[in-house]
Design a protein around this ligand. Structure first.
Ligand SMILES: *Cc1c(COP(=O)(O)O)cnc(C)c1O
Length: 365
């Protein structure tokens, strides 16, 4: 006799975070986790530092100061908000509250791996919808809906592809779903997107009973270490998640820093401008090297390598790692011939492109 975990648990392949080590003596450029090269707003750092003086007190279990700041900035009803220990926690709570063994949840072919992990953790079945041009395909998703479907996850823009669905398509997806299926719009990269036909989902959440949007402070706000995410959803869904979450799921530093960060709109603009410029520069530079780059609207690009010995993604990764440029392997996403590269500082972007030129030149020589 020995303890056996619940159904589904042992089918999970544990999430592997981006590597963060360079060889000794080599300067590290971590470009593997889509973190912000600009760090966090000074106002957020100051708020976190001042929260450090009261570590003996429990944080506010409602994270009110943070909810008020989010509600103000985005023009939302604070009662329709729920904060989480990273948006990862919120994705898990959605599965915990709405999936049971036998249920199905749909995600797209190269969708964020956390969905599959959380679906399996409930003993439910992840259903994969194929993509077209590395982009979620609304018809493929809708054709996989059954009576057992409870959740549909859409990362928009998606990680690791960087592609997005125009808002018309998101509306069409929602219109095709039965009312008991929740459409989860994971908009972790929304702030970076500069496209007129994009929408993170706020209007859809406001007008429907079965749509939620999740957001994070881990990317553009540069606060990944503090673990802050939020969800905007129908009050009935927020109420369900709120009953299940840990009573103090956000720590005091996170509440204080998050509220200050989201109010610093100037810092956010600077981060967006940095990304817009270097995303375009990096995409062009890599394309000029002869590499295929999936068009991205996020703060990272998916770079494709030939399957020829000497030029493969794995060999490029080893070559770059030895020089301190740490990228993300994405074989776990069904993309064995690609690497994901986060947009970094000017120095990192120029350096990684120069190293890749060297790698490819070596391979041809
Ligand atoms: C980074 C990321 C998140 C954010 O996760 P946190 O738990 O908030 O750090 C969520 N979804 C996607 C698609 C991501 O890439």
């Amino acid at each position: 006799m020995r303890p056996v975990p619940n159904r589904g648990i042992l089918d999970i392949e544990a999430y592997v975070p981006g590597k963060s080590k360079a060889p000794e003596g080599v300067r590290l450029h971590k470009l593997s986790s889509n973190e912000s090269p600009l760090g966090a707003s000074p106002a957020a750092l100051e708020a976190a530092a001042s929260a450090l003086t009261h570590l003996e007190s429990y944080p506010d279990g409602q994270a009110d100061a943070l909810k008020r700041a989010i509600a103000e900035v985005h023009g939302l009803n604070p009662r329709a908000l729920l904060c989480g220990n990273g948006s990862d926690e919120l994705l898990g709570l959605l599965c915990q509250c709405y999936l049971e063994p036998g249920d199905e949840a749909i995600h797209s072919e190269h969708g964020f791996l956390v969905y599959k992990i959380q679906i399996l953790a409930r003993g439910a079945t992840p259903v994969v919808a194929p993509e077209k041009d590395a982009t979620a395909d609304v018809d493929a998703i809708l054709s996989r809906v059954t009576e057992r479907t409870k959740l549909v996850f859409l990362a928009n823009p998606n990680n690791p592809t960087g592609t997005y669905l125009p808002f018309d398509e998101v509306r069409r997806l929602h219109a095709g779903l039965p009312g008991n299926v929740i459409l989860v719009l994971d908009a972790a990269y929304a702030e970076y997107v500069r496209r007129n036909d994009y929408g993170a989902g706020i209007e859809l959440v406001s007008s429907a009973d079965n749509v939620v949007m999740t957001r994070t402070f881990s990317k553009i706000y540069g606060l990944a270490a503090l673990r802050i995410g939020w969800l905007y959803g129908p009050e009935a869904v927020v109420d369900a998640l709120d009953r299940v979450r840990g009573p103090f799921n956000l720590n005091a530093l996170a509440i204080a820093a998050g509220a200050a960060a989201i109010r610093d709109r100037g810092f956010l603009e600077t981060a967006v401008e940095h990304n817009t410029h270097w995303l375009e520069w990096t995409t062009k530079a890599l394309t000029d090297l002869g590499l295929a780059v999936t068009p991205s609207v996020g703060n990272f690009v998916l770079v494709h390598f030939p399957a020829e010995p000497g030029r493969t993604a794995a060999e490029a990764d080893d070559f770059l790692s030895a020089r301190g440029y740490i990228l993300r392997r994405v074989a776990g996403y069904g993309l064995p011939d690609a690497l994901r590269l986060s947009i970094g500082t000017e120095e990192a972007n120029r350096g990684v492109v120069a190293s890749l030129a060297e790698f490819l030149g070596k391979a041809t020589a």
